[in-house]
Design a binder for this molecule. Structure first.
Ligand SMILES: Cc1ncc(COP(=O)(O)O)c(C=O)c1O
Length: 390
């Protein structure tokens, strides 16, 4: 008996980043213990202890039942206050949905809005999951290239040219994964205005909002009503495994998202939401975030210095945010092949730039969310291996 997959599922490619991290885990299980991971898209810090305690206490106090699908009221209230304070976005608790990670918020938004034949505009290179999530919703992607020479900033003329009535959502991800580019206010505003002219939504993925070393974060929902704002706790508070994100959007879109959510996941783990309340509410958490950002700053400086000294990597514009460097390399080989070779030969895990789109080819994404020792060790291994081969 043959069991077939739907065409929609069969055409999906696995997530390149998840695949690499699975290979690394498999290697470690096989006893290869010296793998250095520069592929990870998650903080190298543990969740701050006060946040863990808050969830623990909630668990002990019996916060173990279903929550409202849109999330605990207290948590949504904290999110509203945060959005007002940090993003100049004024909404109330009914305008918020708490989701199991920002990724699921994006999934819900795409499911709620997109039809077959619709398109989602992405600035290439783009995070690996936007296009597959669009495809799961039956839609497709239109990619507008961005280039290293421009600091991977959007070309507004190209965005305008690619905009047509089939584009239902434009994704803006600043700070950007994988490039680390932070888009300025004028750039984001122009994109949102262009979208508005076509009655198109903008999905602003602000997951790296606090991880900015140069430049300033801007949330377009502070001024525009055609914006879906997605954020979460994974990166800022080192809570990737907790699965906590949130979204605010025009009311009719939220209503649709909520229905899909009610019939699929029901709600985020109840006691985990108590941890999220503590993350937003307590001064201790904000201090912990400051220390983590300082930690990334230090690691970023180390990686930038090593790239500058490298005989094989180039980076003409420094990343301003997130925790990735996206250097090009001087070898003539596809990035998938290069990343595989580095993993097999010197046990250094990286993400091939091609995983993020055509404009990522010739680059590797190197995460500096790891120890300084690991960063130094990885570069020593790569440089000496490539030097020997040259
Ligand atoms: C740009 C971007 N958006 C969204 C996500 C999803 O984050 P979460 O863990 O909240 O689902 C990630 C995670 O890697 C990301 O890099």
């Amino acid at each position: 008996m043959a069991f077939g997959l739907s065409r929609r599922t069969a055409q999906l490619r696995p997530s390149a980043t998840a695949e690499i991290s699975n290979v690394v885990k498999r290697m470690k299980r096989q006893g290869i213990s010296d793998v250095v991971s520069l592929d990870v898209g998650e903080p190298c810090f543990d969740t701050p202890p006060n946040i863990k305690w808050a969830a623990w206490e909630a668990l002990q106090a019996g916060k173990t039942a279903y929550e409202p699908t849109a999330g605990d009221y207290e948590l949504r209230d904290e999110i509203c206050q945060k959005l007002k304070r940090d993003n100049a976005i004024t909404v109330d608790v009914d305008d918020i949905i708490v989701t199991p990670g920002a990724k699921f918020a994006i999934y819900l938004a795409f499911q709620a809005v997109l039809e077959k034949g619709d398109r989602v505009m992405l600035l290439d290179p783009a995070w690996v999951s936007y296009e597959p999530i669009a495809k799961i919703a039956g839609a497709d992607a239109v990619r507008v290239p961005t280039f290293e020479a421009d600091g991977f900033q959007p070309d507004l003329a190209a965005v305008e040219e690619a905009m047509d009535d089939s584009v239902k959502i434009v994704v803006v991800n600043s700070p950007c994964n994988p490039t680390g580019a932070v888009y300025d206010e004028v750039t984001i505003r122009t994109i949102v205005e262009l979208a508005k002219g076509h009655e198109t939504l903008v999905l602003s993925d602000e997951i790296y909002e606090y991880l900015i070393y140069e430049g300033r974060h801007y949330s377009p929902a502070s001024e525009f009503d055609n914006v879906i704002t997605v954020n979460g706790f994974s990166k800022t508070y080192a809570m990737t495994g907790w699965r906590l994100g949130y979204v605010t959007a025009p009311k009719e879109i939220l209503k649709g998202m909520l229905k899909i959510y009610q019939h699929s996941v029901t709600c985020v783990t109840a006691f985990a939401q108590a941890g999220a309340i503590e993350a937003l509410r307590s001064e201790e958490s904000q201090q912990a975030v400051k220390r983590m950002v300082e930690g990334y700053k230090e690691r970023r400086a180390v990686m930038l210095e090593l790239i500058q000294q490298s005989e094989f990597f180039d980076l003409s514009v420094e990343p301003q945010g997130a925790f990735y460097c996206f250097p090009s390399y001087r070898l003539k080989k596809p990035s998938v092949e290069f990343a595989k070779e580095l993993l097999e030969e010197v046990h250094v895990a990286t993400v091939p730039g091609a995983a993020f789109g055509e404009c990522g080819e010739g680059h590797l994404r190197l995460s500096y969310a790891t120890s300084v020792e690991n960063i130094v060790e990885a570069f020593e291994r790569i440089e000496s291996y490539l030097r020997k081969k040259a």
